[in-house]
Write a protein that binds this ligand. Structure first.
Ligand SMILES: [Zn+2]
Ligand SMILES: [Zn+2]
Length: 330
């Protein structure tokens, strides 16, 4: 799991678009006949130039969304997002003749179907956002590359999936919120899918700065020639890390690497007469000006600094295992 940081530039560019899109769908463009409509200050904003109000939405529902609420909904950090969701549902439910089920239904139509599926995915905003976020491997597993390449002939290209940390089935209101869109691989997105995550029990890649150092990869010898990858939380009673690792099923996802990458590293450590790992790391480049980072990249194809783990697959896994192997007495 990787920490995604503040992503200020991506947030700024994404929010401008998403805020105008949502405003226009709820209020329409500001014109002489629609003075309460929306228009931004950008002269070439596509949404404000020709966008249309979405038909069929209940007026009391539309009225919930002030400019401030719309901006908060797109830009707020996860804890605030959760509160906005609670607040708006309660507000709508308290209007006579209205109920929260209808609120969720309107959110599903507007924000999930019209917004996330048709605007964000079908109009390839997902490629644009993924490129801005500039993450090279899956945020959750660091096991698959998530490159972004558009197909020049217009069809489907390569793009990460976006997992909704607050699942869009339970929180349709939050389906376009910046900090709720986590770039991930298809496997992780499928495994997590609608598992209910909450901030008290799970780690969040935009909230928990120490997310990648909250657990370590290790291994367990099963017999002389078989080892099994295991995951341990750094603090035994770290409930959030335990829950998150379990929900993402990282031990299943890494299972297939026991016989391959793990075995390769163990073989390096034990099958050679000298401490081969140490020789590789300390002596191979003797006399050459090769930094520790470069050595690890050249020998194992990984990054060793936590904030760069995302650039190479399996950086976290290999770093942890190598560290463990180097401390074991032969
Ligand atoms: Zn605009
Ligand atoms: Zn993944």
């Amino acid at each position: 799991m990787n920490y995604l940081g503040e992503q200020a530039l991506a947030l700024n560019l994404y929010s401008k678009e998403a805020i105008c899109w949502l405003n226009i769908k709820l209020k329409g463009r500001r014109t002489v006949t629609n003075p309460t409509g929306h228009t931004c200050n950008e002269t070439n904003c596509n949404h404000c130039k020709k966008g249309n109000k979405r038909k069929g939405l209940d007026q009391e529902f539309r009225d919930l969304f002030s400019d401030e609420i719309i901006s908060d909904l797109i830009c707020s950090k996860p804890s605030r997002l959760f509160n906005i969701n609670q607040y708006l549902r309660r507000q709508y439910g308290s209007i006579s003749g209205k109920n929260v089920a209808d609120f969720d239904k309107f959110c599903k139509e507007l924000i999930v179907e019209s917004g996330y599926e048709r605007w964000f995915i079908n109009r390839k905003k997902n490629y644009w956002l993924a490129k801005l976020l500039n993450q090279h491997t899956c945020t959750y597993c660091n096991r698959e590359y998530i490159f972004v390449f558009k197909n020049s002939s217009g069809g489907k290209g390569m793009v990460p999936q976006f997992d909704h940390w607050f699942a869009k089935t339970d929180y349709p209101l939050l389906a376009l919120s910046f900090y709720n869109l986590i770039p991930s691989c298809a496997t992780c997105n499928t495994i997590k899918s609608a598992t209910p995550f909450n901030l008290n029990d799970h780690l969040h890649p935009y909230v928990d700065k120490k997310i990648s150092s909250s657990y370590n990869f290790s291994y367990l010898p099963i017999n002389l020639s078989t080892n099994k990858i295991i995951l341990k939380t750094v603090n035994t009673f770290d409930r959030k890390a335990t829950n998150t690792i379990r929900a993402l099923n990282l031990s299943l996802i890494y299972k297939g690497h026991s016989e391959k990458e793990l075995q390769d590293l163990i073989d390096l450590r034990y099958k050679y007469t000298e401490n081969y790992l140490n020789i590789l790391l300390d002596k191979t480049f003797n006399g050459l000006r090769v930094s520790k980072e470069e050595r690890f990249r050249l020998i194992f194809g990984i990054e060793i600094e936590e904030d760069k783990y995302h650039k190479r697959i399996m950086s976290k896994f290999k770093n942890d295992i190598i560290k463990e192997l180097l401390t074991i007495e032969k």
